[in-house]
Design a protein around this ligand. Structure first.
Ligand code: PA5
Length: 411
């Protein structure tokens, strides 16, 4: 993976950069995700080897960090690596969505992963209750949660298989743990390669490799400009990255939108996920001529597996578009991306950078995931927030529980 920065870097003494790396390195004892690239995956592989071969679909019942990461990886690889099993995500209490997804599965040939770190998330448990009432074959369920949670106790009681999140791994940083690895390996994803990708970035940052300075400069720029360029767009030129951008939105938003640790100020950076060329026909105008409050990271794929060419035909009245004749789609989409980058470079005031991923494979997405996790940690440290908590989402949950309690009394 390559990353080119096209904005002026913040002049920062080397000693300050070293201090930042040291404080991130210091988090390794208390923040679990840093250790995931080198984890032992024997138990996961054993589970996959012994897995019931008659199972055709894997369902994830989970939300937020318990689903978005696996979805990003699965959807990225799907067009290229024919999945061994279909992976379906039940993430919403929308009855239309639940009914629609249920039509896609044969209960007898489906294995359900109930994934909830806390073990008490309303969306996940309500959907699980609904499905469990239809299929109470306990061997069709695997539970992934924190050791000792109420969900863990329930799973123990019904005798289902349980896996635990490793210590100190937060939901939105958990894709490279059992949370993502288990459902993905059962669908044929090469999870060793996924972790290898993550470890490449781990080394390229912590062992003073090619990415250390780039990541530091990027984080310093975002943090220094967090009130000016407070909107950070990823503009990915491949439909395969659509769900990666959803994962990024959760990671960035939930990690960085906080009260500062050492003040009472509310700060935050707003993530936006865009897909090219589609969003050239919608959001681009806002980037180009709107308020100068956005930074843009373009993500490009170097190699698209499919060689498809536009036929060299001339169509009446459309002769001016004969310039497209013989052009490969993979060249066209990257030329579109390059053209937008060039047009924005002329605007000067829009900070840009470009990430180039070599191909659609597990290693590339592992690299991209770990790169963004590290960047999030760095920016969180610099803007002085606790990157790994999410106290802001609790208030609404408490009100919902009160409403549900009131309703259940009146029933
Ligand atoms: O990142 C987070 O911690 C959250 O987005 C959680 O993943 C999300 O709220 C789901 O929580 P849980 O896994 O406890 O069901």
């Amino acid at each position: 993976m390559q990353n080119r920065l096209y904005f002026n870097q913040i002049d920062t003494p080397r000693a300050d950069k070293r201090k930042l790396v040291d404080s991130i390195r210091g988090e390794k004892n208390s923040v679990g995700y840093y250790n995931l690239p080198l984890q032992n995956i024997d138990e996961i592989m054993e589970f996959a080897e012994r897995f019931d071969t008659s199972i055709e679909s894997i369902v994830v019942l989970g939300i937020g960090g318990s689903s978005l990461g696996a979805k990003a990886v699965y959807e990225f690889l799907k067009p290229i690596e024919q999945p061994k099993r279909t992976l379906i995500f039940f993430e919403s209490t929308d009855p239309l969505n639940i009914a629609d997804l249920l039509k896609k599965i044969n209960m007898k040939k489906t294995h359900f992963f109930v994934i909830s770190k806390s073990g008490g998330t309303v969306e996940t448990i309500s959907i699980f209750k609904y499905i469990y009432a239809k299929n109470s074959n306990n061997s069709h369920y695997t539970f992934i949660t924190d050791r000792g949670s109420n969900l863990d106790k329930f799973a123990k009681e019904i005798g289902s298989r349980r896996f635990y999140l490793p210590a100190n791994v937060g939901g939105r940083f958990s894709v490279l743990s059992v949370v993502g690895l288990l459902p993905l390996v059962l669908c044929g994803v090469d999870i060793q390669l996924l972790l290898k990708g993550a470890n490449n970035i781990n080394q390229a940052f912590f062992e003073e490799g090619y990415l250390q300075d780039i990541l530091l400069n990027k984080a310093l720029f975002y943090a220094k400009n967090h009130t000016r360029y407070n909107i950070n767009c990823i503009f990915a030129y491949s439909e395969t990255l659509k769900y990666f951008t959803e994962w990024y939105v959760q990671l960035w938003g939930e990690s960085l939108g906080k009260k500062q640790r050492h003040s009472t100020f509310n700060v935050g950076l707003t993530p936006i996920g865009l897909i090219g060329p589609k969003d050239q026909h919608s959001f681009l105008q806002l980037i180009m001529e709107g308020t100068r409050d956005k930074s843009i990271t373009f993500i490009k794929l170097k190699k698209f597996e499919h060689e498809m060419y536009i036929p060299s035909t001339t169509l009446p009245h459309l002769e001016s578009l004969d310039i497209l004749n013989g052009v490969a789609f993979h060249d066209l989409i990257n030329m579109q991306c390059d053209s937008v980058i060039e047009s924005l470079k002329n605007q000067k005031e829009v900070p840009l950078d470009e990430i180039i991923i070599p191909a659609v494979n597990a290693q590339s997405i592992g690299e991209l995931i770990y790169y963004y996790e590290l960047l999030t940690s760095l920016v969180g440290e610099l803007i002085d927030v606790d990157t790994y908590n999410q106290p802001g989402v609790e208030a609404g949950k408490i009100i919902l529980k009160e409403k549900l309690e009131k309703q259940s009394f009146s029933l």
